[in-house]
Design a protein around this ligand. Structure first.
Ligand code: HEM
Length: 123
């Protein structure tokens, strides 16, 4: 294993932005989880996208100061279910295919996302 951070191995800020730019439209277009992004203003969505990029950069070891809320607080009350979570994971997988992520980074992303589940899924 190399000593490079996950942030570096994902291609830094630009690589993570490409990842998020691919993932968010998939989520918004999804028949099940798309409802979470319905009826929200363009600026609210742009702001959330920036926070998601910042959060992933920060948690992957990048030189980023995350100013958003933590995962429990920011998703509390949305009633995100097990089925919603499964759909989310499928889209993460599709994005990893689309950006041709290598096996090791796929494993790291899967482990990172899995570590957030208890804070996000509540119904
Ligand atoms: C089924 C899974 C998920 C759904 C439906 C979901 C949905 C949402 C929605 C609708 C918002 C906007 C909240 C608002 O504007 O008040 C949000 C915020 C956010 N989400 Fe998620 N999310 C999910 C999973 C995740 C995961 C796995 C991550 C981290 C990799 C994440 C990171 C964030 C961040 C950083 C914010 C912004 C926090 C803030 O406003 O301060 N979300 N999420």
């Amino acid at each position: 294993m190399s000593g490079r951070s996950l942030y570096e191995r994902l291609g830094g800020y630009d690589g993570i932005t490409v990842f998020v730019n691919d993932l968010l439209p998939r989520l918004q277009a999804d028949a099940l989880v798309g409802r979470f992004w319905k009826n929200r203003g363009d600026d609210g969505i742009a702001r959330e996208k920036q926070l998601l990029i910042d959060y992933v950069c920060f948690r992957a070891g990048g030189p980023m100061y995350y100013t958003g809320r933590d995962m429990k607080l920011s998703h509390q009350g949305m009633k995100i279910s097990e089925n919603d979570w499964s759909a989310f994971l499928q889209h993460v997988g599709a994005t990893m295919d689309a950006v041709k992520l290598a096996e090791q980074e796929r494993g790291d992303i899967n482990a990172f996302v899995a570590s957030l589940k208890d804070d996000i899924v509540e119904a």
